[in-house]
Structures are given as structure tokens and as C-alpha cells.
Design a protein around this ligand. Sequence first.
Ligand code: SF4
Length: 332
Amino acid sequence: MSNLPKPLRSRLAEAFSLQTLELVRKQGAADTTQKFLWRLRDHSLIESVLIPANPALFGEASDRHTLCISTQVGCAYGCRFCASGLDGWKRNLTPDEIIEQVLAVERNVISDKWRVTGKEIMSPVTRHPSRFVDNIVVMGMGEPLANYDHLLKALKILNAPWGGGIGARKITISTSGLAPQIRRLATEPLQFRLAISLHGATDEVRNRIMPVNRKYPLKELVAACEDYQGAKGRMITFEYILIAGVNDSIEQTKPLAALARRLFAKVNLIPYNQVEGLKWDRPDEKVCEAFLRALEKQKVAATLRREKGRDIDAACGQLRLKTEKELGRIPT
Ligand code: SF4
């Protein structure tokens, strides 16, 4: 804007930024899971993951493009199996940093495809020429409901017809179990989907791997989910990472099935992705299949993720951790 006075341009540049994310790394191929590592204004790193058509994860066959976005730099909740919490919590993302993950991925993918095909591409769901992402899962780095106000502001903009135009039912918020915030979410007028990162169907198992359970044990979490369903009438999803010798025994399917039936929840089983420096293992494929069958026998709607992105540091926070170590910002 060279027609503006120079001092005004300097002041505008100091106060505003048109683009907040800078691409540091991208892993994956065009038609498979792609992971994006972004640098923020303060040089913090965050991840977003683009998952083209994932019927195994979200239960509906389609050619959708789902984007998993982050809401915090690091995470304070310290789930024992998760790479995102390993380096602690740094800060909440601002609404623009949450939204721009969607825009930046679209810019990146659309310019790639345009280069290859020379054709305009658009989402088959929204039929919007510049809207490539049509599903959002808030399941990346951070506990979304611990950044409640910024998250909701961002999601309302992504949902608004004048904004992203992505339907609220195409947006899933995942939480490790912050019961009070689940109740707060139940009072919001928009019909977002709710997913619970459960990973254990008893307090004993959850206490072992998820410190948040000591604050909000299962009884309280389930009561909050019931309130959410009472207000929204929507199906809840349980995310359940299968970790060898921790939560993958057939015994665990009984309390899990009981919880799922009580909350009319479907269960997404996700075999654990190895994280460097953590002691947990991925169960054998046969164990995962047996766990799935045991749930189905107990009349629970369940899916088992047959991995997308296993070879690209797929566990949440893993690519960031690797890069931070390479940059010498955290000890190896
Ligand atoms: S699983 Fe979610 S809540 Fe738990 S440490 Fe990782 S990012 Fe945080």
C-alpha cells in the first residue's frame, strides 16, 4: 500500500498481520494424510493434520477433507502417552491462529493441486471453490476446552456464512474430560460434535495415563456428558487409544461398552503411535481386532483406525517435538 504515508504503514505493520503462520515442514503425500508444522509470530511451533476421506475414523464414507487443528502451544494436561504435553504448556492460541490453520492449509493444498492439474478444485461437500477443508476436528496439540473463549470465537467465525461457512455439525471438539467446560459447551447455541478422549473405561486406568481424571473422575465426566446430550441430543464419540498392556485387555471392553451404551456413544479405537522417549507400545494388530470384535458383540458402534499417517510422526505433537529437539530448543 505504497500510497499510504510511510509512518502509517509502519504503524499498521506493527499492529496488524495478514498472515500469522509460516510453513516450516510438511510431511505426507497429496492423497494421504499430510502433516503441517507451522511457526507462529513468536517462533512457537504448532501442527495441523489434513486427513482426506477417513471413513474408518469418522464413521461416514465420503470424499471429505478433514483438518485436525491445534488450540495451544504445548499442553498442560500431561497425558502420559502424548507427545504434545511432554514439553509442558506454553500458551493459548489466539482465535486468528486457530482459524488460520484452516486457511493456510487450503492455500497450500490448493496451490499444489493447481500446479499439478491446472484445474480449480473445491470441496465436494461445501461446493465452495476456495473451501477445500469441509470437516474440522479440534484434536491437535492442546486441550481445546482449556482455551475455551478463543476456541469458540474461532469456531463461530469458521462456521459463520460470512466466514468459513463450515457447518457446526462438521466441527468436532475433543476434550480429555474437562467436565465444567463440557457443561458450558452444552449452553452454546451451535451444534458442535463432542468427542471425549477417554482411553480408559475405569478410574484406575485413566488415573494411570491421564492426570486430568484425578480432578474430574469418570463419574463427573459422564454426568457432564449426560448434560451435554440432554441439551443437544447429539451422539458423543469416545476416542480410545489402544496401548499394549494398559487398556487393551478384553476385560476393559466391559466397562467401556457399559459407558458407551449409557451415553449412546460410538467408539473410535486408535492403535497407539510410538512416541520417542515414552515407554508405551502399540498392541499387536490381532489384539486390536479382538478388542473391536468384543465391543461389537456387546452392541457398541465401534471403528478401528487402520492407520493413516503412521509413517509421518503421526502422534499428536510428535513432529513439533522432533523439530524443537533438532533446533536445540529442548534437550534430546
Ligand atoms: S492428549 Fe490432549 S489433553 Fe492430553 S496431553 Fe495430549 S494434547 Fe494434552
